[in-house]
Write a protein that binds this ligand. Structure first.
Ligand SMILES: C[S@@+](CC[C@H](N)C(=O)[O-])C[C@H]1O[C@@H](n2cnc3c(N)ncnc32)[C@H](O)[C@@H]1O
Length: 268
């Protein structure tokens, strides 16, 4: 599972703390966040992200979530993109129903048009997690597991809590959120120039999509603030080889699990 290192990621330095992006530009980016993700999928179609076959291997919790072997798990993939997690999971686990939502109508259409999409096994819908009540599509307290994979980082830090509150409502008591996203000091964070910095640990890419880099303390605070309990929350350190540039680059991710307290438990 995760590889831990003694040293913790460094904080931003004084020099990297300045924000050069105007308030007007920041507001425009926020207003156009959905459009920018939709254009991302127009340009890249289904070819940008690789299928994520690691989900069941790394998140053994998916199987552990079953109270009995033949239980049909209900999962919500929040921010599903074009289904790179969803379809491998549907293939690997026959006894699962998956709700899948995304900001981008194009991404949702790609999911619905996928050869493995079957209404009796999954339901995809468009949703802004920070604004649209998930309960319009998913019954309250009905989901066993929510996967949140490289999605919270794309949401403005001021709105992350709202997205988690929304997710909390559809999770069953005792259900979990399986989380993986960018960690503080990931290589991608250090590649951003000062001109791309929007706020502390928050950056904008050339295409207008944005990315936050989490410390585990900040992440735990966010989830616990919405009533979740931290079950696991660790940095994962990897090295990836950039063949084109002949470089080996250090990657930092955060892999975590947060649970909605069960009927007999209260949040800390
Ligand atoms: C980096 S992609 C990850 C996609 C997918 N989870 C995966 O692992 O391949 C981030 C996704 O989050 C979606 N997203 C960003 N903000 C969102 C929001 N407020 N509500 C719902 N989805 C959002 C984007 O449209 C995009 O598909």
């Amino acid at each position: 599972m995760s590889v831990s290192r003694a040293e913790l990621p460094k904080q931003e330095t004084k020099e990297t703390r300045e924000t050069l992006v105007s308030d007007f530009k920041q507001r425009t980016l926020e207003m156009e966040a959905g459009k920018n993700w939709d254009l991302f999928y127009k340009r890249n179609t289904t070819h940008f992200f690789k299928d994520r076959h690691w989900t069941t291997r790394e998140f053994e919790e998916l199987n552990a979530c079953r109270e009995f072997e033949s239980q049909r798990l209900v999962l919500l993939e929040a921010g599903c993109g074009v289904g790179n997690c969803l379809f491998p999971l549907l293939e690997e686990d026959r006894n699962i129903f998956i709700y899948a939502c995304d900001f981008s109508p194009r991404a949702v259409d790609f999911v619905k048009n996928h050869a493995l999409y079957r209404p009796e096994r999954c339901k995809a819908f468009r949703c802004d997690l920070t604004q649209d009540d998930l309960r319009h599509h998913v019954p309250q307290a009905s989901v066993d597991v929510v996967t949140l994979i490289f999605v919270l980082s794309a949401i403005h830090p001021d709105k992350m809590a709202r997205a988690l509150e929304n997710i909390f409502r559809v999770l069953k008591p005792g259900g979990s959120v399986l989380f993986r996203d960018y960690g503080l000091n990931d290589h991608a964070m250090h590649r951003f120039k000062a001109a791309n910095r929007l706020a502390e640990n928050f950056y904008v890419r050339q295409d207008g999509t944005r990315s936050y880099f989490f410390s585990k303390e900040r992440l735990a605070e966010l989830f616990e603030g919405q009533g979740f309990r931290s079950m696991a929350n660790d940095y994962v350190f990897r090295e990836t080889v950039n063949k084109k540039e002949g470089l080996c680059v250090p990657r930092v991710f955060l892999q975590s699990k947060f649970a909605k307290p069960g009927p007999s438990q209260t949040s800390p």
